[in-house]
Design a protein around this ligand. Structure first.
Ligand code: PLP
Length: 458
């Protein structure tokens, strides 16, 4: 088949066929008809992603390689951060980010001990995804739960000072469904008390926030940001995630924790880039011990493969258009619901609390969140909307402290703290649901979603 071809020509031939295959069998769009299932999220891709994936498969490098380098560079450039590390999921990104704060290298950070020790406290929320909090508990640190506000669905910053103790070392929270939390207040609180801020940006990639010095992408205002590239998210590589920071020391620790805990920063397959592989003194090892196998942390292997990165590189090029489409779809739902309710003779806000962007923010929405007013039965509404073919979702864990994974901690009252009440968190658990706004949605789908919701609440 490849006689008389160079390797380059053979590859081009394969990739052309792959592109044609994708155009023929994947990129065929069927017009929406009411009754067709509308999922809350879906991958949006074309032959660029598929050819990149096969191109990387033909390299057969498999682990982190040229596409990983390209992705880390381009993703950091998009966000405007100095350092980005690709990892294999958003949960791994959170684990990597949190564990970085436990590094002994932070014992003397600008003259202060900023290391997180077991028993130290981390301020967070219970209305969110479990793996924002799981690393804290796994390490033996103590999550301190603050309530959230409705309809922003983010941390109630008036509870921050009450949450503070002499054990507090960090704030670690997500931007809920793309809506940024009050970064001005949280950043100021962290600065005032010398606390780390980890922004779980897994559901908010492309969201922007205006700080006193101008607009920034969420995930870049805290000390560390994390992303997820699981298929429903803003962009995908199947499984994947990223950890990013502007701090060179945190970056070094993140890389070490991601790559088995090693001290050496040479990428996979490269040796002795610093020229000092055999002339250092580390721990109690013999002088000149191979730096490639010197461990400064008890680390993990959280790396992604180059095939994942290859898909990510193609997604990233399309990404700004995804963000714009998400914003448009969100507005379509908001306006569509209001107008249809008005035409039916009622005010939608009497039935459902609609989502509201946090002040100073420009959200890249992950979903369209609604909370049923008193007297509106969430279960009946969700069943009606689902039966019209529209997929709905709960706000992940609702209230994480109510889950079976919390049984032991709840029964002993040990290992966590709740500040005040979690009334709004409980209300979200009992009365909220959301639908998607992913870029592949058409106007006909969004109209059908509006109609189904109006029918369900009227
Ligand atoms: C806020 C948040 N953080 C973390 C994650 C975990 O990401 P992953 O599924 O890639 O592990 C998710 C997953 O949806 C999430 O919504």
């Amino acid at each position: 088949m490849f006689e008389n071809m160079t390797e380059k020509e053979a590859r081009e031939h394969i990739l052309e066929s792959v592109a044609k295959y994708c155009d023929t069998f994947h990129n065929v769009k069927k017009d929406f008809e009411p009754g067709d299932r509308i999922s809350y999220a879906s991958r949006v891709y074309d032959s660029d992603e598929m050819t990149n994936l096969v191109d990387s498969a033909l390299d057969f490098w498999l682990t982190a390689g040229r596409y990983t380098d390209e992705f880390e560079r381009s993703f950091a450039a998009y966000l405007g951060v100095r350092f980005c590390s690709l990892v294999n999921s958003g949960s791994s990104a959170n684990l990597n980010a949190f564990m970085a704060l436990t590094s002994p290298l932070l014992e003397n950070y600008n003259g202060r001990d900023r290391r997180v020790y077991p028993g130290d406290e981390i301020i967070t929320v219970a209305a969110g995804f479990p793996t924002t909090v799981a690393p804290v508990i796994q390490y033996g640190a103590v999550p301190v739960f603050v309530d959230v506000t409705v309809p922003e669905y983010n941390i109630d910053v008036t509870g921050l000072e009450d949450a503070l103790s002499d054990k507090t070392k960090a704030v670690m929270i997500a931007h809920t469904l793309g809506n940024p939390f009050d970064l001005r207040a949280v950043r100021a609180f962290c600065d005032k008390h010398d606390l780390w801020l980890i922004e779980d940006n897994c559901d908010a990639l492309g969201s922007r926030y205006e700080m006193e010095d101008g607009w920034h992408f969420t995930g870049t205002i805290g000390d560390i940001g994390t992303s997820s590239f699981y298929p429903p998210h803003h962009m995908t590589m199947g499984e994947g995630g990223a950890v990013y920071t502007n701090d060179p020391l945190l970056n070094r620790i993140i890389r070490s924790m991601r790559d088995w805990g090693r001290d050496c920063v040479c990428p996979s397959g490269k040796d002795n880039l610093c020229g000092h592989r055999f002339d250092g003194q580390y721990g109690e090892l013999p002088f000149g011990y191979d730096h490639k196998y010197v461990y400064s942390h008890f680390g993990y292997n959280l790396k992604a493969t180059d095939m994942q990165a290859a898909v990510g590189c193609a997604q990233l090029k399309k990404f700004p258009t995804f963000v714009e489409k998400r914003k448009k779809n969100f507005e379509h739902l908001r306006e569509g619901l209001k107008e249809r309710a008005k035409a039916a003779g009622f005010d939608i806000e009497d039935k459902l609390i609609l989502p509201v962007a946090t002040p100073h923010s420009d959200p890249s929405w992950f979903g369209f969140m609604m909370t049923c007013r008193e007297g509106v039965d969430r279960k009946a509404v969700v069943e009606s909307v689902e039966s019209a073919g529209v997929q709905t979702r709960a706000l992940f864990a609702g209230n994480l402290t109510k889950h079976p994974c919390f049984d032991e901690m709840r029964s002993t009252g040990k290992g966590y703290r709740i500040v005040g009440t979690l009334d709004n968190t409980d209300s979200i658990m009992n009365r909220s649901f959301w639908v998607g706004v992913y870029p592949g949605m058409t106007a006909a789908m969004l109209d059908h979603m509006c109609e189904s919701i109006i029918k369900a609440v009227n």
